[in-house]
Structure formats: C-alpha cells, structure tokens
Design a protein around this ligand. Structure first.
Ligand code: UCC
Ligand code: FAD
Length: 584
C-alpha cells in the first residue's frame, strides 16, 4: 500500500526503538570479590603491582582481546588435507585472531607468570586471576594455555635439563616468536576415562634411544600446538607390551620438524563439536612418530597426573570466569532493559534470580582462589602437609563441582537476556556451548568423584583428616563474627554428618563407596565452599554482601550424601533398582 507518513513501520522504516546492548566494562573494577580477595591476601608490595597489571589487562580485554575472541568463534579452524599439487599436507588452518591470541598470551605472560614466580607464593594467585579475567574473552585460547601450563609443570617436576630444557623455555617464554603451546594426547577410541585399558598406541625403541609411536589418538585438542605429551606402551624385545596402567609410559613429541612438516602424524579429521569450535580438535594417526620417553617405563599415568592437576585447575578457571562474565553482562543489561514500566534491575524477582547466580559464582570463585593459593605454596616449598593434602583433594572436587555449576549458571544467565540470550550474534550462546564441555574433558564428573576416593585411599585417610581439620580451623577463626553464626552452624552440622557417613562408608566397603562417590564429592564441595564464604565474610574488610553470600549459601543442603538409615540407596539392592529403572 501507499506509504503512511504517520507510521514508523513502513517499507524501510522498521521502528525507532532499539535496545541498548550490554557493554563489557573493566572486569577487574567490576569484580568486588576479586578485588576484596586480593586486598585481603596479597602483601602490600605485591598488591599494588598485581592490581595495576590486572586493571591494564582488563582494559586490553575490552579494547582488543574480546573482538579477537569473537573472530576465533566466527572463523573456526579447518583442515586442508592436500596441497594444490596433491601432496598430503594435513594443514590445520586457523584464523589470524587465533595466532594473535598466541602472541598476546606470550606478551602477557599467561603461562610464564606461573613459573617466573616474581611474586613468590602469590605467583599462582596472580596468574590465575589474570586467566580468570581472560578466559571468557579468549576465543578458547585458554584451552591450549591450560595444556601448555600442564606440560611446563611436568617438565619442571622431572627437571629442566637436557632435552627438556628447550621445550620448558619455549612453553614459559614471554617472547611471542619463541612461545610454544603443548597438547595432551591421552584419549583413544577405546577409552578416555579408562586410559589404562584404552591405550593401544605402542612405542618402539630405536637404536639411538628415541622411540617411534604407532597408534590412533581419538581426541587431541589444539592440535596446532608445537609439542605434545602422550602415552604409549613400550614394546619389549620380544615384541610384547604390558597391558593396563603399568604398561603405560609418558612421551614427549615435537609435532613438526624445522621445515614445518608433521612428525609422521596424519590428521584424520577435525571433530565436529557442539562447542569449543574455536579450537581445532583432531583425530590423529601416529605412524612412526619420533618421540622421547620422559617417564620411567610404566609410570606414564602417575607422571601425567601432574599435568592433570594443572589442566583441571584451568578448567575451574574457565568455569568460574565464564559464570562471572555472564553475571556482569546480565547485570549491566538489567540497567538498560525496560519492561513492565521499570528497568529489569527494579524487578525484585529478576534480582533474586541474579543474586542466586551470584552466590554460586562467589562460592566457586573462592574455591578457585584457595586452589591457586595452595598451588603457589606447594611450588615455592612453603605448603604444610595439610595444605598438600588439601591441594590433592580440592583439585578433583573443584573441577567436578564447578563444571556443573557453570552450565547451570550460564544457562540461567542466557535467560536474563530473554530471547537475545539465544541469539548467536550477541556472542552469548557460545558461553553456554563451551561450558558444556567443562564436565566432560579432563575427567568426567563420575571419574573425578572416583579420583576423590583415590586420593583418600592413597593417603590412607590423611587427605580426609586434613579436610576436617581445615574446615574446623577456618570456622574457629571466623567465630569472631556473630552474624555468621547460622552459616557456621550449618557447616558444622553438615561436617558432622559427613564424618558419620565416611565412617559408615568405610565399613560398608568399596562398592558402597563407589556408589556414593558423587554425592560424597558434592558434599565435600558444598561444605568447603560454605567454609570459604564464611572465612571470607569474617575478614574485617568484608562487605555486607560477603556476609549475605555466606548465609545464603548455607541455607541449602550442604551434605547431599544420604546418611544413616537411608544409606540403603548405596546398597547392592538399590544399585540393582537403578538398573531396572533405567532399562524398564
Ligand atoms: O581432555 C583432555 C584435554 C582437553 C583440553 C584441555 C582443556 C583444559 C581445560 C581448559 C579450560 C578452557 S586430556 C584427557 C584428560 N583425561 C583424563 O582426565 C583422564 C580421565 N581418567 C582418569 O583421570 C583416570 O582416573 C585415570 C586415567 C587417571 C585412571 O588411571 P588408572 O591407571 O586406572 O589409575 P591408577 O592405577 O589408580 O593410578 C595410576 C597412578 C597411581 O600412582 P601410584 O602408581 O604411584 O600409586 C595414582 O595414584 O597414577 C596416580 N594418579 C594420580 N596422582 C592417578 N590419578 C591421579 C591424580 N589425579 N593425581 C595424582
Ligand atoms: P567414557 O569413559 O566412555 O564415559 C562415558 C560415561 O561413562 C561418562 O558419563 C562417564 O562419567 C561414565 N563412566 C565412565 N567410567 C565410569 C566409572 N568407572 N564409573 C562411573 N561412571 C563412569 N582427550 C585428550 O586426551 N586430549 C584432548 O586434547 C582432548 N580434547 C577433547 C576435546 C573435546 C571437545 C572433548 C569433548 C573431549 C576431549 N578429550 C581429549 C577427550 C576427553 O578427555 C574424554 O572424552 C573424556 O575424558 C571422557 O572419556 P570418554 O569419551 O572415553 O568417555
């Protein structure tokens, strides 16, 4: 029809209202808890420098890094099998932004900071804080950084000398031209959890003492990395290999030679994934890969465990960093979105929703910081025995719990933007897609629950004793603040129930313990997070919100293991019922 000048909706006129978008502010300055944590714990001479660097870096996130991260998502890697003349090249082509992320990671010392130890025992807290700010803008470059950090840790624990000197220097370099990233190739088609039975790759000793690897790696992330660590079974002089975990050794592999040719590796295909699309994840045929054995024969799993500790902590960084990011964007949006006569911020039900996300994120954040504090102390030789036990225990606990929290919080976070939260080009859905992997890779929730049991068994219960002692000590120190009493009472009574359960559980035996492993790990996580929230709120510089977060966290069930007469749910009968339920 004819154009109606009184209507803003006609032909090219699409209306006059456009919603203001949420803007990314300086993520250090917007993070009261991070600032509070650093103020509380860092010595004054460290605090000033660290905060200056984090504030500058947070500006760089807004002005440069965020856009690069977006480009990594929009331009996923691809695989070119053949060159124009038909030669097999298996080139993984990544976008320029991915390359730039590598340079920035070096310049900013995102791995190096953990090894230079400029701030002594606080170096990890500094590094982890920076990575926490970085990861939601990183276009998943946080993935290769995690493995790079893990590889550096392994080399450092073996000894930075001989053939491992060069890779260590490259992995921890601040020079973009020298900086290397590492992969971590553990998973084969038969098993990613059950590495001990799943690994078919064999290693054949060569006359010069090196090895050639033959096998098929089913998941290899950031396959464009310069080096990798991987597992294989050494073939003895009779052509035999030892099955199980005891047959596995750890190998160091340079992925390409000096001309850039692959080291007898064929890239079968790139994975077509739900998320983490920015990262090339490949299936690889190892066809005589030149490798160096860097563990004792048969000590492969035990040796790579050092790497797993680091990559699992990075997993926690990502989980917490992305939860924080969606909240910060969501609360910014709530000041701009006007519905039912007021801004979202003014709708109490919306604020309640966001406050619940905030409490989850605060608890997870404090757990992350405690882990990095412990790691820093371990690496500078000042950790007590109790702290070493806590580092061992909290690593799987934090990884398994925050991996799940991230999906729940980020999913709720998308809803805070209504339909826009579901729109690809807002850059929001990628956060949810990428969060889904956090509970799968680096050990699934159940595998890590079982790892918690492993840590208890291996230490003959001392790890659990350390947990009880640590919680009690922290509660005692917090008793100076009466307002915290209700929260402290809940933590204490939950701890008591958990103690009773642990006793029953050890009497009932391994099947019972395995069946209760997940609930047990969740109880450890919730009780400890409650303890840390209480501990932080008892600090003289704490805010009313810190107090509120502690009280609210402790209103939930902190000990989801089913105690006493109800422990039947971990019995053999109950297990049979589980199967019947699932398969009816
Ligand atoms: O997924 C991967 C990469 C993804 C990309 C990077 C993302 C990083 C995050 C970034 C965020 C953006 S790499 C693949 C990850 N795969 C896993 O996590 C494997 C999951 N499965 C397990 O964790 C299993 O529990 C296994 C493989 C460790 C179990 O193996 P075994 O052989 O059955 O285990 P054993 O026999 O119980 O343990 C063998 C030795 C023992 O030492 P010794 O012989 O001295 O008694 C254990 O105590 O290894 C030791 N060990 C450990 N030590 C096993 N686990 C640990 C541990 N967690 N800490 C210390
Ligand atoms: P399975 O072991 O088959 O597990 C299936 C289910 O069974 C899970 O729910 C698990 O919890 C459960 N389950 C298994 N065993 C038990 C048990 N004993 N008790 C109770 N429940 C159990 N691997 C690498 O080595 N390097 C990489 O770079 C890498 N990158 C990856 C990237 C992506 C995007 C993904 C998705 C995976 C990647 N992986 C990588 C593999 C990853 O580590 C494994 O997929 C993961 O460890 C799980 O192993 P699986 O796939 O064999 O699962």
């Amino acid at each position: 029809g004819a154009e109606d000048p009184s209507s803003p909706f006609s032909r090219s006129l699409i209306g006059t209202f456009f919603q203001d978008q949420p803007l990314l502010g300086n993520q250090l300055l917007e993070d009261a808890l991070l600032q509070g944590y650093l103020r509380r714990h860092l010595p004054p001479e460290v605090l000033g420098e660290v905060c200056l660097d984090l504030e500058r870096f947070s500006e760089r996130l807004c002005s440069e890094i965020q856009a690069l991260g977006r480009q990594c998502e929009e331009t996923p890697p691809r695989l070119q099998h053949y060159d124009p003349w038909g030669r097999r090249v298996d080139r993984i082509i990544t976008c320029p932004a991915w390359g730039r992320m590598k340079e920035i990671s070096a310049e900013e010392g995102l791995v190096a900071a953990g090894y230079e130890r400029t701030y002594g025992q606080w170096s990890r807290v500094y590094q982890v804080s920076k990575l926490y700010l970085y990861c939601p803008s990183a276009g998943l470059f946080s993935c290769p950084l995690a493995m790079t950090d893990g590889a550096a840790k392994i080399i450092e624990s073996i000894g930075v000398s001989g053939l491992l000197e060069k890779p260590f220097r490259q992995l921890t370099s601040r020079d973009p031209k020298r900086f290397w990233t590492s992969g971590q190739w553990m998973t084969e088609r038969k098993g990613g959890s059950d590495v001990a039975s799943g690994t078919e790759t064999v290693a054949k000793l060569q006359p010069d003492g090196t090895y050639q690897l033959y096998g098929f790696k089913w998941f290899t992330s950031a396959t464009d990395s310069d080096m990798t660590l991987t597992l294989a079974r050494v073939v003895d002089k009779h052509g035999q290999t030892l099955q199980g975990s005891k047959g596995l050794s750890l190998f160091y592999v340079e992925v390409r030679d000096e001309q850039g040719n692959l080291n007898n590796i064929e890239v079968q295909r790139l994975k077509d994934k739900l998320g983490t699309r920015q990262v090339p994840t490949a299936e690889l045929l190892l066809d005589g890969v030149r490798a160096q054995r860097i563990s004792e024969e048969g000590r492969g799993v035990a040796s790579i465990a050092n790497m797993l500790t680091i990559t699992r902590i990075h997993n926690v960084i990502s989980a917490v960093g992305c939860m924080r990011r969606i909240i910060n964007l969501g609360r910014e949006y709530a000041t701009k979105r006007f519905v039912f006569g007021k801004f979202l911020k003014e709708h109490p039900l919306h604020m309640q929703t966001m406050a619940r996300m905030e409490v989850e994120t605060r608890a997870a954040f404090l757990l992350l910081m405690e882990l990095s504090r412990l790691l820093g102390r371990e690496e500078t030789g000042c950790a007590s025995e109790l702290e070493l036990h806590m580092l061992r225990l909290l690593t799987p606990v934090a990884k398994l719990y925050t991996g799940k929290q991230a999906v729940a919080v980020i999913s709720e976070g998308l809803e805070c933007f209504g339909g826009q939260g579901y729109m690809e080009d807002t850059g929001l859905p990628v956060l949810l897609r990428d969060a889904q992997v956090l509970s799968i890779w680096e050990g699934t929730t159940n595998i890590l629950s079982l790892d918690v049991l492993r840590s208890l068994a291996k230490s003959r219960g001392r790890v659990l004793e350390a947990f009880f002692t640590d919680v009690k000590r922290k509660l005692e120190a917090a008793s100076v603040r009466p307002a915290l009493t209700p929260a402290m009472k809940t933590v204490e009574s939950s701890l008591h129930r958990l103690g009773q359960f642990a006793q029953v559980s050890s009497e009932r035996g391994p099947d019972f313990m395995q069946l209760s492993a997940r609930d047990f790990a969740y109880s450890l996580a919730r009780i400890y997070m409650g303890t840390l929230l209480v501990d932080h709120a008892a600090w003289e510089g704490a805010s009313q919100s810190d107090l509120c977060a502690a009280l609210r966290w402790c209103e939930q069930d902190l000990c989801p293991v089913v105690t006493k007469e109800k422990t039947g749910c971990y019995s053999r009968d109950s297990s049979a019922m589980d199967t019947a339920l699932v398969y009816e």
